[in-house]
Design a protein around this ligand. Structure first.
Ligand SMILES: C[S@@+](CC[C@H](N)C(=O)[O-])C[C@H]1O[C@@H](n2cnc3c(N)ncnc32)[C@H](O)[C@@H]1O
Length: 232
């Protein structure tokens, strides 16, 4: 499945890893707090992912490409008894998130700072209650569509790690990516789109705080679709 990719480390990540130099506190967060919270993929994953968290959690969610981290922090505060795994390879975003985790004293977050496919392949089968893929890099040009995170291979990865009946949530402001995701999920066959009517996919997810990328899309006049799939 992945043999066609020369570098496993960058199988599905094509973006920037670094932006502006980090401020001192941010650099400190990357040097000291990230190693504490980062998943150690050199060890076998625990059968029970709840043991990854220092507090009791009864549900595990994964957010891929959390960017500014607004959504991840909001959900972690909203659901203190859910364990969140957040993945973001862009170091400036990770540094910002670490600052929030420290300020708010969040205990229900574990992190990873590289390609999400590595974590997906590490996780035990049927171990997640939900995967959030919110405004993934859109790659609007047709010649770049193959870089999109939603692909047959990655949907199979999602399907493996989700518990039966667990959810995959996808948001995007790019029409061709929304259609792309609907078609890929249909073709996979293991995901049921939960929408009954148009208002279901035009309405943000429950308790939705918005994201930085979404705000930019709005300013530029683009609306969004919010898709919810259930693993069948
Ligand atoms: C368009 S941004 C959206 C960020 C955020 N979800 C939001 O809505 O503001 C997409 C994010 O996905 C991250 N990303 C891209 N490929 C990834 C991969 N293979 N694994 C994990 N994150 C990835 C990028 O670094 C970027 O921060």
């Amino acid at each position: 499945m992945t043999e066609q990719h020369p570098s496993r480390a960058s199988e599905a990540f094509f973006g920037r890893r670094k932006g502006k130099p980090l401020r001192e506190r941010q650099a400190q967060g990357i040097a000291s707090l990230l190693p504490e919270l980062k998943l150690d993929l050199s060890m076998a994953a625990p059968d029970d992912l709840a043991t990854l968290f220092p507090v009791e959690v009864d549900e595990i969610r994964l957010e891929i490409g959390f960017g500014g981290g607004e959504h991840l922090v909001h959900r972690a505060q909203e659901k203190p008894s859910t364990g969140f795994i957040g993945i973001e390879p862009f170091v400036n975003s990770m540094a910002k998130l670490l600052g929030r985790v420290e300020d708010l004293g969040l205990k229900n977050i574990r992190l990873y700072d590289d390609d999400a496919t590595q974590v997906l392949d590490w996780l035990p089968a049927a171990s997640l209650d939900r995967i959030d893929l919110l405004y993934p890099d859109p790659w609007p040009k047709r010649k770049h569509w193959k870089r999109r995170f939603v692909s047959a291979v990655n949907l199979e990865r999602f399907h493996r790690v989700l518990k039966p009946g667990a959810l995959f949530l996808f948001a995007s402001d790019i029409d061709t990516y929304v259609n792309w995701t609907l078609l890929h999920c249909r073709d996979h066959g293991g995901f049921e789109w939960t929408a009954g009517q148009a208002s279901d996919w035009l309405t943000p997810f429950e308790g939705w705080p918005g994201t930085r990328y979404e705000a930019k899309a709005r300013r530029e006049g683009r609306s969004s679709a919010y898709l919810t799939f259930r693993k069948v």
